[in-house]
Design a protein around this ligand. Structure first.
Ligand code: HEC
Length: 110
């Protein structure tokens, strides 16, 4: 009798724990592929100067379709900025997002 009460308790506990887990997966984030996330980060933070295709050149922005910077130089550019290009590290929040944007802008090259 004591044993079956215990196993009932254990089952309830397990159910409780597994229910706790579900709200963590935010619907929007799980459906977005890395490429989509990269594109939306770029649209949000870079396109106003560089344009969706990288060629806009607003406020003296360089044409990203012509850029031949290395990954390291792009990361430096994003983190520290240069002249009219503001530092974007805080806006992009983390290294993973910066890496996504690096891959995205390299995809704009011809
Ligand atoms: C406020 C306008 C502005 C925003 C927003 C902006 N940039 Fe720039 N970007 C510039 C300007 C201006 C330059 C040219 C800097 C210079 O060399 O004088 C530049 C240059 C660059 C370069 C160097 C290209 C080369 O070949 O020299 C890269 C790479 C770059 N931007 C990436 C990005 C990315 C990625 C974002 C978004 C996270 C972004 N930029 C957001 C204005 C902007």
């Amino acid at each position: 009798m004591v044993l079956s009460k215990l196993s009932l308790l254990a089952t309830l506990l397990l159910l409780f724990v597994s229910c706790q887990d579900t709200p963590k997966t935010d619907g929007l984030q799980t459906q977005e592929t890395p490429a989509q996330k990269a594109a939306s980060l770029y649209s949000m933070h870079c396109a106003q100067c560089h344009g969706e295709d990288g060629k806009l050149g607003s406020s003296g922005a360089k044409d990203l379709s012509q850029s031949r910077l290395s990954d390291a130089a792009i990361i430096q550019m994003i983190k520290k900025g240069k002249n009219a290009m503001p530092p974007m590290e805080a806006l992009l929040e983390n290294a993973e997002n910066i890496e996504l944007v690096v891959q995205h802008i390299k995809g704009l090259r011809k």
